[in-house]
Design a protein around this ligand. Structure first.
Ligand code: NAD
Length: 484
Protein backbone atom coordinates (compact mmCIF):
# COMPACT_ATOMS: atom_id res chain seq x y z
CA UNK A 1 0.00 0.00 0.00
CA UNK A 2 1.21 3.49 -0.83
CA UNK A 3 0.66 4.85 2.70
CA UNK A 4 1.08 3.10 6.05
CA UNK A 5 -2.10 2.27 7.93
CA UNK A 6 -3.71 5.34 9.48
CA UNK A 7 -3.32 5.58 13.27
CA UNK A 8 -5.17 7.55 15.89
CA UNK A 9 -3.32 10.56 17.30
CA UNK A 10 -3.47 10.55 21.08
CA UNK A 11 -1.52 12.76 23.43
CA UNK A 12 0.93 13.85 20.76
CA UNK A 13 1.70 10.39 19.32
CA UNK A 14 0.30 8.19 16.59
CA UNK A 15 -0.99 5.04 18.29
CA UNK A 16 -1.42 1.83 16.31
CA UNK A 17 -4.40 -0.03 17.80
CA UNK A 18 -5.60 -3.49 16.95
CA UNK A 19 -8.96 -2.34 15.59
CA UNK A 20 -11.06 -3.45 12.64
CA UNK A 21 -10.19 -1.28 9.64
CA UNK A 22 -11.52 -0.11 6.27
CA UNK A 23 -9.68 0.38 3.00
CA UNK A 24 -8.92 3.94 1.91
CA UNK A 25 -9.19 4.50 -1.85
CA UNK A 26 -7.64 6.84 -4.37
CA UNK A 27 -10.79 7.85 -6.34
CA UNK A 28 -8.83 8.79 -9.48
CA UNK A 29 -7.65 5.21 -9.89
CA UNK A 30 -9.93 3.16 -7.68
CA UNK A 31 -6.87 1.72 -5.92
CA UNK A 32 -6.47 1.02 -2.20
CA UNK A 33 -3.85 3.34 -0.70
CA UNK A 34 -4.20 2.80 3.04
CA UNK A 35 -6.35 1.41 5.85
CA UNK A 36 -8.27 3.40 8.45
CA UNK A 37 -9.12 2.05 11.93
CA UNK A 38 -12.70 2.00 13.16
CA UNK A 39 -12.43 3.41 16.67
CA UNK A 40 -14.91 2.72 19.42
CA UNK A 41 -16.00 4.65 22.50
CA UNK A 42 -12.82 3.35 24.21
CA UNK A 43 -10.56 5.34 21.86
CA UNK A 44 -12.84 8.36 22.33
CA UNK A 45 -12.44 7.93 26.12
CA UNK A 46 -8.65 7.91 25.79
CA UNK A 47 -8.67 10.98 23.56
CA UNK A 48 -10.90 12.91 25.95
CA UNK A 49 -8.74 11.89 28.91
CA UNK A 50 -5.54 13.27 27.39
CA UNK A 51 -7.34 16.38 26.09
CA UNK A 52 -8.64 17.02 29.62
CA UNK A 53 -5.12 16.66 31.02
CA UNK A 54 -3.82 19.23 28.50
CA UNK A 55 -6.67 21.71 29.06
CA UNK A 56 -5.49 23.55 32.23
CA UNK A 57 -2.07 24.32 30.72
CA UNK A 58 -3.40 25.33 27.29
CA UNK A 59 -6.37 27.38 28.50
CA UNK A 60 -4.10 29.04 31.07
CA UNK A 61 -1.71 30.19 28.33
CA UNK A 62 -2.53 33.78 27.29
CA UNK A 63 -4.22 33.99 23.90
CA UNK A 64 -1.40 36.11 22.47
CA UNK A 65 0.96 33.20 23.17
CA UNK A 66 -1.49 30.56 21.92
CA UNK A 67 -1.81 32.22 18.54
CA UNK A 68 1.96 32.13 18.01
CA UNK A 69 1.48 28.42 17.26
CA UNK A 70 -0.94 29.37 14.48
CA UNK A 71 1.37 31.96 12.93
CA UNK A 72 3.91 29.14 12.59
CA UNK A 73 1.26 26.65 11.45
CA UNK A 74 0.12 29.03 8.68
CA UNK A 75 3.71 29.35 7.48
CA UNK A 76 4.01 25.54 7.49
CA UNK A 77 0.77 25.14 5.49
CA UNK A 78 2.21 27.50 2.89
CA UNK A 79 5.65 25.86 2.91
CA UNK A 80 4.11 22.40 2.44
CA UNK A 81 1.42 23.58 0.02
CA UNK A 82 2.37 21.24 -2.84
CA UNK A 83 2.69 18.20 -0.61
CA UNK A 84 -0.58 18.89 1.27
CA UNK A 85 -2.44 19.54 -1.99
CA UNK A 86 -1.08 16.30 -3.46
CA UNK A 87 -2.38 14.42 -0.40
CA UNK A 88 -5.84 15.96 -0.89
CA UNK A 89 -5.78 14.89 -4.55
CA UNK A 90 -4.63 11.43 -3.53
CA UNK A 91 -7.46 10.70 -1.09
CA UNK A 92 -10.25 12.92 -2.39
CA UNK A 93 -9.52 13.05 -6.12
CA UNK A 94 -9.90 16.78 -6.74
CA UNK A 95 -7.65 18.25 -9.43
CA UNK A 96 -4.38 19.95 -8.46
CA UNK A 97 -5.61 23.57 -8.72
CA UNK A 98 -8.66 22.79 -6.53
CA UNK A 99 -6.53 20.98 -3.96
CA UNK A 100 -4.12 23.93 -3.78
CA UNK A 101 -7.04 26.32 -3.35
CA UNK A 102 -8.30 24.15 -0.50
CA UNK A 103 -4.98 24.26 1.37
CA UNK A 104 -4.65 28.00 0.79
CA UNK A 105 -8.12 28.39 2.28
CA UNK A 106 -6.86 26.53 5.36
CA UNK A 107 -4.08 29.13 5.58
CA UNK A 108 -6.68 31.92 5.38
CA UNK A 109 -8.72 30.29 8.15
CA UNK A 110 -5.57 30.14 10.27
CA UNK A 111 -4.85 33.79 9.53
CA UNK A 112 -8.23 34.63 11.06
CA UNK A 113 -7.37 32.62 14.19
CA UNK A 114 -4.14 34.64 14.48
CA UNK A 115 -6.23 37.81 14.57
CA UNK A 116 -8.42 36.60 17.46
CA UNK A 117 -6.49 38.49 20.17
CA UNK A 118 -7.40 41.69 18.33
CA UNK A 119 -11.06 40.69 18.11
CA UNK A 120 -11.91 39.14 21.47
CA UNK A 121 -10.83 41.68 24.11
CA UNK A 122 -13.67 41.84 26.60
CA UNK A 123 -16.07 44.73 26.98
CA UNK A 124 -16.10 47.09 29.95
CA UNK A 125 -18.52 49.87 30.97
CA UNK A 126 -19.27 51.90 34.10
CA UNK A 127 -22.92 50.89 34.47
CA UNK A 128 -23.72 52.99 37.53
CA UNK A 129 -21.61 55.34 39.61
CA UNK A 130 -18.45 53.45 40.59
CA UNK A 131 -19.79 50.12 39.37
CA UNK A 132 -18.17 48.48 36.39
CA UNK A 133 -19.40 45.58 34.27
CA UNK A 134 -17.01 43.61 32.11
CA UNK A 135 -17.32 40.57 29.91
CA UNK A 136 -14.55 38.04 29.50
CA UNK A 137 -14.56 34.97 27.28
CA UNK A 138 -13.56 31.51 28.50
CA UNK A 139 -12.93 28.34 26.52
CA UNK A 140 -15.47 25.55 26.92
CA UNK A 141 -13.02 22.72 27.69
CA UNK A 142 -12.72 19.60 25.54
CA UNK A 143 -14.63 19.99 22.29
CA UNK A 144 -14.95 17.85 19.14
CA UNK A 145 -15.15 18.30 15.37
CA UNK A 146 -16.59 15.69 13.00
CA UNK A 147 -15.83 16.29 9.33
CA UNK A 148 -16.93 15.10 5.84
CA UNK A 149 -14.99 13.72 2.86
CA UNK A 150 -15.23 16.64 0.46
CA UNK A 151 -12.59 18.95 1.99
CA UNK A 152 -10.10 16.74 3.89
CA UNK A 153 -7.80 19.67 4.68
CA UNK A 154 -10.09 22.72 4.81
CA UNK A 155 -13.08 21.53 6.84
CA UNK A 156 -10.95 20.29 9.78
CA UNK A 157 -9.37 23.75 9.63
CA UNK A 158 -12.81 25.38 9.89
CA UNK A 159 -12.73 24.27 13.53
CA UNK A 160 -9.14 23.54 14.63
CA UNK A 161 -7.46 27.00 14.57
CA UNK A 162 -10.38 28.95 16.06
CA UNK A 163 -11.38 26.39 18.70
CA UNK A 164 -7.77 25.93 19.83
CA UNK A 165 -6.72 29.59 19.67
CA UNK A 166 -9.70 30.34 21.90
CA UNK A 167 -8.26 27.92 24.49
CA UNK A 168 -10.14 24.65 23.92
CA UNK A 169 -8.65 21.19 23.44
CA UNK A 170 -10.15 19.35 20.48
CA UNK A 171 -10.92 15.79 19.40
CA UNK A 172 -11.11 15.54 15.60
CA UNK A 173 -13.00 12.69 13.91
CA UNK A 174 -12.14 12.97 10.20
CA UNK A 175 -14.12 11.27 7.45
CA UNK A 176 -13.07 7.64 7.18
CA UNK A 177 -12.99 8.13 3.39
CA UNK A 178 -10.19 10.75 3.60
CA UNK A 179 -8.23 10.28 6.84
CA UNK A 180 -4.70 11.05 5.56
CA UNK A 181 -4.76 14.87 5.52
CA UNK A 182 -5.81 15.03 9.17
CA UNK A 183 -2.67 13.16 10.25
CA UNK A 184 -0.47 15.65 8.38
CA UNK A 185 -2.36 18.54 9.99
CA UNK A 186 -1.53 17.06 13.42
CA UNK A 187 2.16 16.69 12.49
CA UNK A 188 2.39 20.28 11.27
CA UNK A 189 0.67 21.61 14.38
CA UNK A 190 3.12 19.67 16.55
CA UNK A 191 5.98 21.15 14.52
CA UNK A 192 4.44 24.59 15.04
CA UNK A 193 4.66 24.03 18.80
CA UNK A 194 1.17 22.87 19.77
CA UNK A 195 1.52 21.14 23.16
CA UNK A 196 0.75 17.42 23.38
CA UNK A 197 -2.86 16.57 24.08
CA UNK A 198 -4.36 19.82 22.76
CA UNK A 199 -5.39 18.08 19.51
CA UNK A 200 -6.43 14.41 19.34
CA UNK A 201 -7.53 12.47 16.27
CA UNK A 202 -9.90 9.54 16.59
CA UNK A 203 -10.52 7.79 13.27
CA UNK A 204 -13.58 5.79 12.39
CA UNK A 205 -17.23 6.10 11.48
CA UNK A 206 -20.60 5.78 13.18
CA UNK A 207 -19.37 4.22 16.43
CA UNK A 208 -16.70 6.88 17.00
CA UNK A 209 -19.27 9.62 16.28
CA UNK A 210 -21.73 8.09 18.72
CA UNK A 211 -18.95 7.85 21.32
CA UNK A 212 -18.30 11.58 20.87
CA UNK A 213 -22.00 12.51 21.07
CA UNK A 214 -22.47 10.51 24.28
CA UNK A 215 -19.24 11.41 26.08
CA UNK A 216 -19.91 13.47 29.21
CA UNK A 217 -16.43 15.03 29.06
CA UNK A 218 -17.03 16.77 25.71
CA UNK A 219 -18.62 20.21 25.94
CA UNK A 220 -19.35 21.05 22.30
CA UNK A 221 -19.41 19.45 18.84
CA UNK A 222 -19.06 20.99 15.42
CA UNK A 223 -20.31 18.65 12.72
CA UNK A 224 -20.13 19.03 8.94
CA UNK A 225 -21.71 16.43 6.67
CA UNK A 226 -25.04 15.29 5.27
CA UNK A 227 -28.35 16.53 6.70
CA UNK A 228 -29.31 12.98 7.68
CA UNK A 229 -26.27 12.59 9.94
CA UNK A 230 -26.33 16.25 11.05
CA UNK A 231 -29.78 15.61 12.54
CA UNK A 232 -28.56 12.46 14.30
CA UNK A 233 -25.53 14.28 15.76
CA UNK A 234 -27.55 17.35 16.75
CA UNK A 235 -30.21 15.27 18.53
CA UNK A 236 -27.76 12.88 20.19
CA UNK A 237 -25.26 15.57 21.20
CA UNK A 238 -27.84 17.94 22.65
CA UNK A 239 -29.51 15.01 24.46
CA UNK A 240 -26.39 14.93 26.65
CA UNK A 241 -26.63 18.74 26.96
CA UNK A 242 -23.73 19.61 24.67
CA UNK A 243 -23.52 22.69 22.54
CA UNK A 244 -23.86 21.43 18.93
CA UNK A 245 -23.46 23.18 15.62
CA UNK A 246 -24.31 20.73 12.83
CA UNK A 247 -23.92 21.79 9.22
CA UNK A 248 -25.82 19.61 6.78
CA UNK A 249 -26.31 19.11 3.06
CA UNK A 250 -27.47 21.57 0.45
CA UNK A 251 -29.39 22.12 -2.77
CA UNK A 252 -28.26 25.50 -4.04
CA UNK A 253 -30.30 27.47 -6.56
CA UNK A 254 -28.93 29.96 -9.06
CA UNK A 255 -31.55 32.25 -10.55
CA UNK A 256 -30.52 33.42 -14.03
CA UNK A 257 -32.27 36.46 -15.48
CA UNK A 258 -32.47 37.22 -19.23
CA UNK A 259 -30.37 40.38 -18.78
CA UNK A 260 -27.43 38.49 -17.19
CA UNK A 261 -23.99 38.96 -18.74
CA UNK A 262 -23.69 36.06 -21.18
CA UNK A 263 -20.06 34.89 -20.88
CA UNK A 264 -19.63 35.63 -17.18
CA UNK A 265 -22.88 33.89 -16.24
CA UNK A 266 -22.28 30.81 -18.39
CA UNK A 267 -18.70 30.46 -17.11
CA UNK A 268 -19.63 30.99 -13.45
CA UNK A 269 -22.62 28.64 -13.45
CA UNK A 270 -20.65 25.82 -15.08
CA UNK A 271 -17.68 26.36 -12.73
CA UNK A 272 -20.01 26.31 -9.73
CA UNK A 273 -21.73 23.04 -10.70
CA UNK A 274 -18.58 21.22 -11.82
CA UNK A 275 -15.87 22.50 -9.43
CA UNK A 276 -14.63 19.73 -7.09
CA UNK A 277 -16.78 17.40 -9.26
CA UNK A 278 -19.90 19.05 -7.80
CA UNK A 279 -18.98 17.78 -4.34
CA UNK A 280 -19.22 21.15 -2.61
CA UNK A 281 -21.98 22.14 -0.24
CA UNK A 282 -21.95 25.51 -2.06
CA UNK A 283 -22.12 24.06 -5.59
CA UNK A 284 -24.84 25.12 -8.02
CA UNK A 285 -27.37 22.32 -8.18
CA UNK A 286 -30.48 23.92 -9.69
CA UNK A 287 -30.50 26.76 -12.19
CA UNK A 288 -33.82 28.52 -12.35
CA UNK A 289 -33.86 30.05 -15.82
CA UNK A 290 -36.23 33.01 -15.94
CA UNK A 291 -37.96 33.72 -19.25
CA UNK A 292 -35.73 34.10 -22.34
CA UNK A 293 -32.40 32.58 -21.30
CA UNK A 294 -31.81 30.07 -24.12
CA UNK A 295 -28.72 31.99 -25.31
CA UNK A 296 -27.13 31.60 -21.85
CA UNK A 297 -27.96 27.88 -21.69
CA UNK A 298 -26.40 27.35 -25.13
CA UNK A 299 -23.21 29.07 -23.95
CA UNK A 300 -23.17 26.95 -20.75
CA UNK A 301 -23.43 23.80 -22.83
CA UNK A 302 -20.40 24.92 -24.87
CA UNK A 303 -18.43 25.60 -21.66
CA UNK A 304 -19.34 22.21 -20.18
CA UNK A 305 -18.48 20.32 -23.37
CA UNK A 306 -15.02 21.88 -23.44
CA UNK A 307 -14.14 20.43 -20.03
CA UNK A 308 -11.75 17.47 -20.07
CA UNK A 309 -12.38 14.87 -17.35
CA UNK A 310 -9.20 14.04 -15.47
CA UNK A 311 -7.73 17.47 -16.31
CA UNK A 312 -10.49 20.02 -15.63
CA UNK A 313 -12.71 17.87 -13.44
CA UNK A 314 -11.76 15.16 -10.95
CA UNK A 315 -13.61 11.96 -10.05
CA UNK A 316 -16.37 11.64 -7.48
CA UNK A 317 -15.45 10.00 -4.20
CA UNK A 318 -16.51 6.38 -4.71
CA UNK A 319 -18.03 3.82 -7.05
CA UNK A 320 -21.26 3.91 -4.99
CA UNK A 321 -21.43 7.68 -5.27
CA UNK A 322 -20.96 7.50 -9.06
CA UNK A 323 -23.71 4.87 -9.40
CA UNK A 324 -26.06 6.94 -7.21
CA UNK A 325 -25.50 10.09 -9.30
CA UNK A 326 -26.03 8.17 -12.56
CA UNK A 327 -29.29 6.77 -11.26
CA UNK A 328 -30.58 10.32 -10.57
CA UNK A 329 -29.76 11.26 -14.18
CA UNK A 330 -31.42 8.14 -15.62
CA UNK A 331 -34.55 8.68 -13.53
CA UNK A 332 -34.87 12.33 -14.65
CA UNK A 333 -34.37 11.35 -18.28
CA UNK A 334 -37.04 8.65 -18.00
CA UNK A 335 -39.41 11.24 -16.52
CA UNK A 336 -39.04 13.46 -19.60
CA UNK A 337 -36.12 15.75 -18.77
CA UNK A 338 -33.69 16.58 -21.59
CA UNK A 339 -30.01 15.74 -20.98
CA UNK A 340 -28.13 18.51 -22.81
CA UNK A 341 -24.66 17.45 -21.69
CA UNK A 342 -24.25 13.86 -20.54
CA UNK A 343 -21.34 13.05 -18.23
CA UNK A 344 -22.13 9.38 -17.97
CA UNK A 345 -19.82 6.86 -19.65
CA UNK A 346 -16.83 9.11 -19.06
CA UNK A 347 -13.41 7.48 -19.09
CA UNK A 348 -9.98 8.94 -18.52
CA UNK A 349 -7.12 7.28 -20.42
CA UNK A 350 -4.86 5.34 -18.05
CA UNK A 351 -7.29 5.69 -15.14
CA UNK A 352 -9.88 3.08 -15.98
CA UNK A 353 -10.59 2.36 -12.31
CA UNK A 354 -11.35 6.03 -11.46
CA UNK A 355 -14.85 7.18 -10.54
CA UNK A 356 -15.21 9.81 -13.27
CA UNK A 357 -18.34 11.59 -14.40
CA UNK A 358 -18.28 14.49 -16.82
CA UNK A 359 -20.26 17.70 -16.23
CA UNK A 360 -23.96 17.01 -16.83
CA UNK A 361 -26.62 19.60 -17.66
CA UNK A 362 -30.27 18.56 -17.68
CA UNK A 363 -32.99 20.87 -19.02
CA UNK A 364 -36.78 20.78 -18.66
CA UNK A 365 -36.64 19.43 -15.13
CA UNK A 366 -39.76 20.02 -13.05
CA UNK A 367 -39.69 20.93 -9.34
CA UNK A 368 -41.34 17.69 -8.23
CA UNK A 369 -38.67 15.42 -9.79
CA UNK A 370 -36.35 13.76 -7.26
CA UNK A 371 -33.28 15.25 -8.98
CA UNK A 372 -34.73 18.74 -8.38
CA UNK A 373 -35.45 18.16 -4.69
CA UNK A 374 -32.65 15.98 -3.31
CA UNK A 375 -28.93 16.64 -2.91
CA UNK A 376 -27.12 14.87 -5.78
CA UNK A 377 -23.55 15.85 -4.77
CA UNK A 378 -22.01 15.35 -8.19
CA UNK A 379 -21.26 17.47 -11.31
CA UNK A 380 -24.92 17.71 -12.29
CA UNK A 381 -26.94 20.88 -12.92
CA UNK A 382 -30.66 20.75 -13.49
CA UNK A 383 -32.49 23.59 -15.22
CA UNK A 384 -36.01 24.51 -14.17
CA UNK A 385 -37.72 27.05 -16.43
CA UNK A 386 -39.79 29.80 -14.86
CA UNK A 387 -41.93 32.57 -16.35
CA UNK A 388 -40.95 35.31 -13.92
CA UNK A 389 -38.80 36.13 -10.90
CA UNK A 390 -41.47 35.39 -8.27
CA UNK A 391 -42.03 31.95 -9.75
CA UNK A 392 -38.24 31.38 -9.64
CA UNK A 393 -38.09 32.49 -6.00
CA UNK A 394 -40.97 30.18 -5.14
CA UNK A 395 -38.90 27.26 -6.50
CA UNK A 396 -35.89 28.33 -4.41
CA UNK A 397 -37.97 28.94 -1.29
CA UNK A 398 -39.60 25.50 -1.50
CA UNK A 399 -36.26 23.71 -0.96
CA UNK A 400 -35.88 22.27 2.55
CA UNK A 401 -32.18 23.24 2.43
CA UNK A 402 -30.78 26.77 2.68
CA UNK A 403 -27.03 26.98 2.25
CA UNK A 404 -26.54 29.22 -0.78
CA UNK A 405 -28.55 31.03 -3.45
CA UNK A 406 -27.38 33.38 -6.19
CA UNK A 407 -28.89 35.61 -8.83
CA UNK A 408 -27.27 36.54 -12.13
CA UNK A 409 -28.52 39.88 -13.42
CA UNK A 410 -27.35 43.35 -14.45
CA UNK A 411 -30.17 44.99 -12.45
CA UNK A 412 -29.44 46.20 -8.92
CA UNK A 413 -33.13 46.20 -8.09
CA UNK A 414 -33.57 42.58 -9.15
CA UNK A 415 -30.45 41.59 -7.22
CA UNK A 416 -31.68 43.23 -4.02
CA UNK A 417 -35.16 41.68 -4.46
CA UNK A 418 -33.60 38.20 -4.58
CA UNK A 419 -31.09 38.85 -1.77
CA UNK A 420 -33.94 39.76 0.56
CA UNK A 421 -36.24 36.89 -0.41
CA UNK A 422 -33.96 33.87 -1.00
CA UNK A 423 -34.32 31.38 1.85
CA UNK A 424 -30.60 30.75 2.31
CA UNK A 425 -27.91 31.76 4.78
CA UNK A 426 -25.41 32.78 2.08
CA UNK A 427 -26.60 34.67 -0.98
CA UNK A 428 -24.69 35.93 -4.00
CA UNK A 429 -25.10 38.31 -6.91
CA UNK A 430 -23.25 37.25 -10.08
CA UNK A 431 -21.23 34.84 -7.91
CA UNK A 432 -21.52 31.09 -8.47
CA UNK A 433 -20.11 30.02 -5.10
CA UNK A 434 -21.04 32.74 -2.58
CA UNK A 435 -18.71 31.63 0.23
CA UNK A 436 -18.21 34.45 2.71
CA UNK A 437 -14.51 34.94 3.44
CA UNK A 438 -13.07 35.79 6.83
CA UNK A 439 -13.92 37.71 8.96
CA UNK A 440 -17.44 36.90 7.68
CA UNK A 441 -18.86 33.61 8.87
CA UNK A 442 -19.90 30.47 7.02
CA UNK A 443 -23.30 28.99 7.80
CA UNK A 444 -26.58 28.20 6.08
CA UNK A 445 -30.25 28.14 7.06
CA UNK A 446 -33.06 25.60 7.29
CA UNK A 447 -31.93 21.96 6.94
CA UNK A 448 -28.41 23.05 6.02
CA UNK A 449 -27.59 24.01 9.61
CA UNK A 450 -28.80 23.01 13.06
CA UNK A 451 -27.75 25.03 16.08
CA UNK A 452 -26.88 28.63 16.83
CA UNK A 453 -23.85 30.48 15.49
CA UNK A 454 -21.68 29.91 12.45
CA UNK A 455 -18.66 27.69 11.98
CA UNK A 456 -16.03 30.18 10.81
CA UNK A 457 -15.16 33.84 11.21
CA UNK A 458 -16.62 36.05 13.92
CA UNK A 459 -19.67 33.79 14.33
CA UNK A 460 -17.49 30.97 15.64
CA UNK A 461 -16.22 32.95 18.62
CA UNK A 462 -19.55 32.74 20.40
CA UNK A 463 -19.76 29.00 19.67
CA UNK A 464 -16.31 28.06 20.99
CA UNK A 465 -16.42 30.19 24.16
CA UNK A 466 -18.63 31.03 27.11
CA UNK A 467 -18.81 34.56 28.44
CA UNK A 468 -18.48 35.60 32.06
CA UNK A 469 -20.14 38.83 33.14
CA UNK A 470 -18.26 40.52 36.00
CA UNK A 471 -19.67 43.38 38.07
CA UNK A 472 -17.22 45.18 40.39
CA UNK A 473 -17.19 48.17 42.71
CA UNK A 474 -13.90 49.57 43.97
CA UNK A 475 -15.05 53.14 44.47
CA UNK A 476 -16.15 53.40 48.16
CA UNK A 477 -17.85 56.77 47.55
CA UNK A 478 -20.19 55.20 45.03
CA UNK A 479 -23.03 55.21 47.50
CA UNK A 480 -25.70 52.65 48.11
CA UNK A 481 -28.20 51.70 45.45
CA UNK A 482 -30.04 48.56 44.27
CA UNK A 483 -26.76 47.03 43.06
CA UNK A 484 -25.08 47.28 46.44
P1 NAD B 1 -21.66 12.15 5.92
O1 NAD B 1 -22.80 12.75 6.64
O2 NAD B 1 -21.83 10.81 5.30
O3 NAD B 1 -20.40 12.00 6.90
C1 NAD B 1 -19.98 13.08 7.72
C2 NAD B 1 -19.34 12.53 8.99
O4 NAD B 1 -20.33 11.78 9.70
C3 NAD B 1 -18.18 11.59 8.71
O5 NAD B 1 -17.15 11.87 9.63
C4 NAD B 1 -18.78 10.20 8.92
O6 NAD B 1 -17.85 9.28 9.44
C5 NAD B 1 -19.88 10.44 9.93
N1 NAD B 1 -21.03 9.55 9.75
C6 NAD B 1 -21.49 9.02 8.58
N2 NAD B 1 -22.60 8.27 8.82
C7 NAD B 1 -22.84 8.33 10.14
C8 NAD B 1 -23.85 7.79 10.99
N3 NAD B 1 -24.82 7.02 10.50
N4 NAD B 1 -23.81 8.06 12.31
C9 NAD B 1 -22.82 8.84 12.82
N5 NAD B 1 -21.84 9.38 12.06
C10 NAD B 1 -21.84 9.14 10.74
O7 NAD B 1 -21.17 13.23 4.84
P2 NAD B 1 -20.10 13.05 3.69
O8 NAD B 1 -20.68 12.15 2.64
O9 NAD B 1 -18.77 12.72 4.25
O10 NAD B 1 -20.00 14.54 3.13
C11 NAD B 1 -20.86 15.06 2.16
C12 NAD B 1 -22.00 15.82 2.80
O11 NAD B 1 -21.47 16.88 3.60
C13 NAD B 1 -22.90 16.50 1.78
O12 NAD B 1 -24.23 16.34 2.19
C14 NAD B 1 -22.48 17.96 1.84
O13 NAD B 1 -23.47 18.88 1.45
C15 NAD B 1 -22.17 18.09 3.28
N6 NAD B 1 -21.31 19.24 3.55
C16 NAD B 1 -21.90 20.32 4.12
C17 NAD B 1 -21.14 21.46 4.36
C18 NAD B 1 -21.79 22.68 4.95
O14 NAD B 1 -21.08 23.61 5.23
N7 NAD B 1 -23.08 22.72 5.16
C19 NAD B 1 -19.79 21.48 4.03
C20 NAD B 1 -19.22 20.34 3.47
C21 NAD B 1 -19.99 19.21 3.23
Amino acid sequence: MKYPAVANYLNGSFVADDLPALDVYNPSEGSVISRVPLSTHREVDRAVESARAAFPGWSGTPIKERVQVFYRYKALLERHLDELAALVTEENGKIASEARAEVLKSAELTEFACSLPQIVPGEVLEVSRGVECRIERYPLGVVAAITPFNFPNMVPNWSIPNALALGNCLVLKPSELVPLSAGRIAELLAEAGLPEGVLQIVNGGKEAVEGICDHPGIEAISFVGSTKVAKVVYRRGTATLKRVLALGGAKNHLIVMPDADLEMTAGNVVASMSGCAGQRCMAASVMVAVSKTDHIIRCMVEHARRMVPGKDIGPVISAESKARIESYIAEAEAAGAEVLVDGRNTTVPGRGGGYYLGPTIIDRVTPEMRIAREEVFGPVLVIIRSRDLDEALAVENASPYGNAASVFTESGGTARYVMERASAGMVGVNVGVPVPREPFSFGGWNESKFGVGDITGRGSIEFWTKSKKMTTKWNREAGVNWMS
